[in-house]
Design a protein around this ligand. Sequence first.
Ligand code: FMN
Length: 185
Amino acid sequence: MKIVGVVCSPRLGGNTEILVKEALSSAKELGSNTQLITLSGKKIKPCDHCGACYVTGNCSIEDDMQDIYPHLLSADGIIIGSPVYFWSVTGQAKAFMDRTYALRYPTYRLEGKVGGAIAVASKRGQVQTLALINTFYLGQRMIPIHLGVDGRASKKSEIIEDIQAMTAADHLGKNMVKLITTLTS
Ligand SMILES: Cc1cc2nc3c(=O)[nH]c(=O)nc-3n(C[C@H](O)[C@H](O)[C@H](O)COP(=O)(O)O)c2cc1C
């Protein structure tokens, strides 16, 4: 079993990264292989709707997303974590999600994988952001495990004081392992 966590914050070591790492370490405790992918510093261009993927099943844009595709395809579960930027996901998260469009061809290649969502805001917007991530999962015929983890923090690494969010991230990782085990046994 493999669970991949994708951190969509531009801040390395930020609040989102801490929560995604917490979920992954809990998944690891229950026996899953895990992998952390941080989008910070990576070059991921927006989808240009060139249509090449309809025909080839591959995205024609040559950038850092090409290294990420195999990890998504080999995962049983994917966790997307994003800070809240203006009541939404970050631009990095949106570009990443849009670029998975190619994985719908020739068939929905992420279908049946379990999705977990994490959102952190200094004040508000977590629920909308979690809903966007979960809607993305549904669009990919994935299985969102539940609404997800909402954290509240502003300064870098302040999230460790949000005990509720840290506990929820721990539960997310463990529950994903349990659900994947049920689905694959
Ligand atoms: C461009 C931008 C937009 C933001 N928009 C919101 C917002 O709509 N609501 C909110 O409560 N916090 C907002 N924030 C604060 C971040 O969500 C918050 O600092 C978060 O902890 C950052 O997570 P990170 O450490 O993982 O990068 C915004 C921050 C930036 C830089």
